[in-house]
Design a protein around this ligand. Structure first.
Ligand SMILES: Nc1nc2c(ncn2[C@@H]2O[C@H](COP(=O)(O)OP(=O)(O)OP(=O)(O)O)[C@@H](O)[C@H]2O)c(=O)[nH]1
Ligand SMILES: [Mg+2]
Length: 425
């Protein structure tokens, strides 16, 4: 199997439709995706078009060039930069006499290789089957062509077979989706419970391989080392496919939940985004996003755009955001440095972690107030509550009750206003 994979030699083909300015980068990205699938890229072809060629996606002249490149490099695979229609794949494979896949298949393959949890596996499989379903027609026609039959009888047999395959796949999608729903329901319950704790949620988002998981681990190391719950950080595309939530307890009884999740890439397949909706819901409910950027990548601004576009696509538009310009150790930028919403840092050598946390703090603990309260002695439970959930600066015992100088959530301040004797801030 592995042997077979290593022998894949591919020509990449892209169409720059209406002069998209991020076209060059998307081809580079396609090469990285191919590499992540152990495919050797032996040639690249691009074509500027104002309109896609409906039957073959590219023009006839380009098709000849692809054929020549395949021959020259003994290629056995052609990868298109966009999702192809079933008939385009069929026509291309017939004319090039070679396997043709698109960007979507590549991304789905990588996801399938990386999926470790049952939830991620189910999500990827559902997306793969949904991609396959409309493409079964092509399968039937190529079968028909192979057997050389064009008679009604043959076609009838093909159709029955197609219907059977289709039904089988639809049934499988239904069964897998059901299993997935159960898992998702379980996670939603967990999320609701967490919500009850009213801890603010901070989500790491960003382009794949930017260093999200490394930042998560750096924060765990600093604030929650007792829990051996580090996440996988690795130099590869889509190392993380599942959402992990960790509690980050700070010194003054404040805490937040930190979420690490799947990274983005441009043109993430639609089915995949849909299948991963439940995973991304965690991000949608965050109080603050940390947009992690690989600042050592000369194209980092493009990567920011891609992430923002993907966030928009999944309906996330108005969550306050801090930018973590990570991997700054590989640049000339002095670190650590904070400029507005940007923290220049390097998670791997642990530079700028404190600065990042202090930016997080100033945003998620905005609604904290300092005050003094006197809590009657028959309300002992409330004193314990504040000792656990607020930053108690001083405690003394007065005839009327326990006197606390504390910093607490605005909501708690409102709730227990009757005990407040002095609001400081
Ligand atoms: N030089 C340098 N490398 C870093 C830094 N932060 C992370 N890395 C490396 O970058 C690679 C990717 O890091 P991850 O934390 O796995 O990235 P991610 O954003 O979680 O990636 P995905 O889960 O694949 O989306 C790893 O090899 C890290 O060691 C940094 O500040 N400097
Ligand atoms: Mg990761």
């Amino acid at each position: 199997m592995e042997q077979q994979k290593l022998e894949q030699k591919a020509i990449l083909v892209g169409v720059n439709l209406n002069h998209q300015e991020d076209f060059e980068y998307s081809m580079e990205e396609l090469a990285n995706l191919a590499e992540a699938c152990d495919i050797e890229v032996v040639g690249t072809l691009a074509q500027n078009l104002l309109k896609i060629n409906t039957s073959h996606y590219i023009g006839t002249g380009k098709l000849t060039e692809v054929r020549a490149l395949l021959e020259a490099h003994e290629g056995n695979l052609v990868i298109f930069n966009d999702e192809l229609s079933p008939s385009q794949i069929r026509n291309l494979e017939a004319d090039l006499d070679c396997k043709v896949i698109d960007r979507t298949v590549l991304i789905l393959d990588i996801f399938a290789q990386r999926a470790k949890t049952r939830e991620a596996q189910l999500q990827v499989e559902v997306a793969q089957l949904k991609y396959m379903l409309p493409r079964l027609v092509g399968l039937r026609e190529s079968l028909g062509r192979q057997s050389g039959g064009v008679g009604t009888k043959n076609r009838g047999a093909g159709e029955t077979r197609l219907e059977l395959d289709r039904r089988r796949i639809e049934e499988k999608i239904t069964a897998l989706s059901k299993e997935l729903e159960l898992l998702v329901a379980h996670r939603q319950t967990q999320r609701k419970q967490r919500k009850k704790n009213e801890l603010p949620v901070v989500s790491l988002v960003g382009y794949t391989n930017a260093g999200k998981s490394t930042i998560m681990n750096a924060l765990m190391e600093l604030y929650n080392p007792s829990q051996e719950k580090l996440v996988l950080e690795k130099d590869m595309l889509f190392a993380t496919l599942e959402t992990s939530v960790r509690s980050i307890p700070l010194q003054d009884n404040k805490a937040f939940l930190l979420t690490d999740t799947v990274g983005f890439v441009s043109k993430l397949p639609h089915h995949l985004i849909k299948a991963f909706r439940s995973t991304l819901e965690e991000v949608a409910e965050a109080d603050l996003l940390i947009h992690v950027v690989d600042y050592s990548n000369p194209e980092y601004e493009r990567l920011i755009d891609i992430t923002n576009r993907t966030l928009k696509e999944i309906g996330i538009t108005d969550i306050p955001t801090i930018y973590a310009y990570n991997k700054s150790d590989l640049t000339d930028q002095a670190i650590p440095e904070v400029r507005g919403d940007i923290v220049y840092m390097a998670a791997k050598p642990r530079i700028g972690i404190q600065e990042l946390v202090s930016e997080i703090r100033s945003r998620i603990f905005k609604d904290y107030v300092q005050c003094q309260m006197i809590i009657p002695y028959d309300q002992g439970a409330l004193v314990s509550y504040f000792n656990e959930h607020a930053n108690v600066l001083e405690t003394s015992y007065e005839p009327e009750g326990t006197k606390l100088s504390l910093e607490c959530k605005l909501s708690d301040y409102g709730k227990y206003k009757e005990y407040v004797i002095e609001a400081l801030k």
